[in-house]
Design a protein around this ligand. Structure first.
Ligand SMILES: Cc1ncc(COP(=O)(O)O)c(C=O)c1O
Length: 430
């Protein structure tokens, strides 16, 4: 047995997840199939919590449900004492269904409707507003116990332009000046408990970025607290912790980040009269990204003018990230892993009627045959979550592997799901 990349190992030239041969999984459950390794999920959670909490004990991790909303995954994380970061009411309902208590749920929407504001109040979750203008609307429905604002710290970083959420070109958050006005009016409305938040980008692999931007937020928080005359119960530095997608990329040094950020929280709040706030983070990708491999079956191969197309049953409807950002996902031919790469330039695509229907471009892989099973790595974050029924393709199934135990955690959709909410007016029947 040889480990290739978590959560995969190789035995007899075939890829395994945990104690399970993925060819057997593909046969039993069909493809495309998302296969999640429970032990990797638990390890990722423990590693990131340990990195922060060992330096600064007043720490809370809010798992970002948008990365992967599978209820079984949520239940595992909750059983390990995770909190939840929710971007809409539906995510709050999912989090509650998985057992997250309201006081461990933070709701960060943007351009919230009245209905959403009202429901967030009723659900008694922590409310984090993306704009100060929303406060007056929120107050029409009641007064939240705790309120925070999402700050745009003036800088941002992300692996792709679409993943930069701070700085000048983003719809998210408010600047420091506007935040001061927001907290002042919150105080006038009688709100007594406050937090502050930022989320400045995603898929970041530069370890130094995190303490740098955390220090920036702490200083912003210090100035706001002084001007407004409040303390912050929590300071949320967001998610954004990257994972290596390309073979050339290195694992993020989360121990360094936890220690450096933790030390800032030990040192700066007392200097800035910020009391002893809870250090909050809200990672998605770091926890679920590398837990999951997407299995796809090869249905054909066609020589084009500049590349050879390998067509599989997983396309942009199954894994959108390559089409959306040009994102890279490592691909293995799971049933012939150590064969030498053929000289062909390969483009792996799906069955969707779009030219953007690409999973991987410009790859050299062992010569691929119809019927081969491909393993597409790092599909746990924004994988199933971003999948769609485009071209009327039912969404894929998900299984959870723990050692040699395999559980189906989401059934494959069928044609029935495509018409589930459609209505035909009486006048069109007959
Ligand atoms: C507000 C907020 N928090 C947390 C996350 C999770 O980010 P990541 O998966 O990069 O950790 C996101 C992702 O878009 C987000 O928008």
């Amino acid at each position: 047995m040889r480990s290739i990349e978590p959560p995969l190992t190789v035995r007899d030239k075939i890829v395994w997840v945990g104690g399970v041969n993925i060819l057997e999984l593909a046969q039993q459950f069909g493809t495309p199939l998302f296969v999640t390794d429970e032990n990797r999920l638990r390890d990722n959670y423990k590693r990131i919590v340990g990195a922060f909490a060992s330096t600064y004990r007043k720490f809370s991790l809010q798992y970002a449900l948008k990365a992967n909303n599978n209820l079984s995954i949520l239940r595992i994380l909750r059983s390990m004492d995770s909190g939840a970061d929710c971007s809409c009411i539906e995510e709050i309902i999912l989090a509650k269904k998985a057992g997250f208590p309201p006081n461990r749920i933070i709701y960060t929407g943007n351009f919230n409707s009245d209905l959403e504001l009202n429901m967030a109040l009723k659900e008694r979750v922590m409310i984090n507003l993306d704009d100060t203008a929303q406060l007056t609307r929120l107050m029409r429905f009641g007064r939240p116990k705790t309120l925070s604002f999402r700050i745009n710290p003036g800088v941002g970083k992300g692996k792709y332009a679409g993943l930069v959420f701070g700085g000048k070109r983003t719809k998210f958050g408010v600047d420091e000046k506007k935040a001061v006005e927001g907290y002042l009016s919150a105080k006038r409305f009688g709100i007594r408990h406050f937090g502050i938040h930022m989320m400045s980008g995603s898929a970041i692999l530069e370890k130094e970025y995190f303490p740098r931007v955390a220090e920036r937020l702490l200083k912003i928080a210090g100035r706001i607290a002084k001007k407004v005359g409040i303390e912050f119960e929590f300071i949320n530095i967001g998610g954004g912790f990257g994972i290596p997608y390309k073979p050339s990329e290195r694992v993020l040094d989360i121990q360094f980040i936890g220690k450096e950020v933790g030390e800032l929280f030990m040192k700066l709040p007392s200097k800035l009269s910020l009391g002893t706030p809870t250090l909050m983070i809200e990672p998605g990708r770091y926890i679920v990204g590398d837990t999951t491999v997407l299995l796809a079956k090869v249905h054909g191969k066609k020589k084009g003018a500049v590349t050879t197309y390998v067509g599989t049953d997983a396309g942009m409807n199954t894994l959108l990230r390559p089409a959306l950002y040009g994102a890279y996902h490592q691909v293995y031919v799971a049933n012939r892993i150590y064969h030498r790469p053929s000289p062909e330039n390969i483009t792996i695509c799906g069955q969707i009627c779009e030219n953007t229907d690409v999973i991987a471009e410009g790859r050299r892989l062992p010569s691929i045959k119809e019927g081969d099973i491909l393993a597409i790595l790092n599909a746990g974050a924004y994988g199933f979550a971003m999948s769609s029924q485009y071209n009327n393709r039912p969404r894929a199934a998900e299984v959870l592997v723990n050692g040699s135990t395999v559980d189906l955690i989401r059934e494959r959709e069928t044609v029935f799901d495509l018409t589930l909410h459609q209505k035909i007016p009486e006048r069109l029947k007959n």
